[in-house]
Design a protein around this ligand. Structure first.
Ligand SMILES: NC(=O)c1ccc[n+]([C@@H]2O[C@H](COP(=O)([O-])OP(=O)(O)OC[C@H]3O[C@@H](n4cnc5c(N)ncnc54)[C@H](OP(=O)(O)O)[C@@H]3O)[C@@H](O)[C@H]2O)c1
Length: 208
């Protein structure tokens, strides 16, 4: 069954990606920090169906690479799609090897990198914007449809969204659902800066 590897799967954006994958009838291979994180994930999305979890420290050199090795050995489900804020180098070689023509790789960046609204988060965004630019060009002639989701809203998982009056992970999921379903979205920055952007996908091609 087509599968999405989700890195940071218990987080706000990872939870949203899980909703999108399940609604798109895709299996989920979720990287979690530990079993407590896995339980948090199941609680967030309200199901265990269609989700395989694997424990890894995504900050360590070998963390995601070891997960990919387990996939290569058949110990975990093969995946065709990746949703992550990092783990690019650890996962791209595998997708290229598989050469599945439907493969996608999706990166979520934050508009705070441009507007400086959250100092700690802002500092890391410049590197992610650059990664997205390079990856769009690098993958233009490969089997991988790379896209960046540029997010200018707060998205939260679980009950926190209602508590803080921000967008729910389950609502934001429509963006990834649309990206998965639309082969014409390739090498793009998809902007989500106002609620209306959930209805009409707003994107610019980086490849033109
Ligand atoms: N949420 C937003 O509104 C928003 C807006 C713009 C951009 N973004 C960008 O989207 C990305 C994700 O944001 P987020 O809000 O989803 O962050 P988050 O809620 O803090 O999620 C981070 C995820 O990474 C996992 N993680 C962190 N260190 C780990 C480790 N060493 N080993 C294994 N797992 C680890 C966390 O696991 P645990 O649950 O176990 O800690 C969690 O699943 C960031 O780059 C952020 O800048 C988010």
């Amino acid at each position: 069954m087509p599968t999405v590897l989700i890195v940071g799967a218990t987080g706000n954006i990872g939870t949203s990606a899980i909703y999108a994958a399940l609604r798109s009838k895709l299996h989920v291979l979720a990287i979690v920090r530990n079993q407590a994180s896995a339980e948090k994930l199941f609680g967030n999305v309200g199901t265990r169906e269609g989700i395989t979890t694997v424990e890894a420290d995504i900050m360590s050199d070998r963390g995601v690479k070891d997960v990919v090795e387990k996939v290569r050995k058949g110990e975990l489900p093969a995946f065709q799609h990746v949703y992550s804020a990092d783990a690019y180098q650890a996962t791209i070689p595998y997708l290229l090897e598989q050469n599945d023509p439907t493969s996608t790789w999706t990166l979520c960046t934050g508009a705070s990198g441009d507007n400086g609204s959250r100092p700690a988060a802002s500092m890391t965004q410049g590197a992610l914007y650059s990664l997205a630019n390079v990856a769009c060009i690098d993958n233009a002639d490969t089997n991988i449809r790379f896209n960046e989701v540029y997010l200018g809203l707060f998205v939260m998982a679980g009950t926190a969204a209602e508590q803080y009056g921000v967008m729910k992970a389950s609502e934001f999921a429509i963006i990834y659902e649309k990206i998965l379903a639309r082969p014409d979205i390739i090498g793009c920055r998809v902007k989500v800066c106002q609620p209306e952007d959930l209805t009409e996908l707003r994107f610019t091609k980086k490849l033109e």
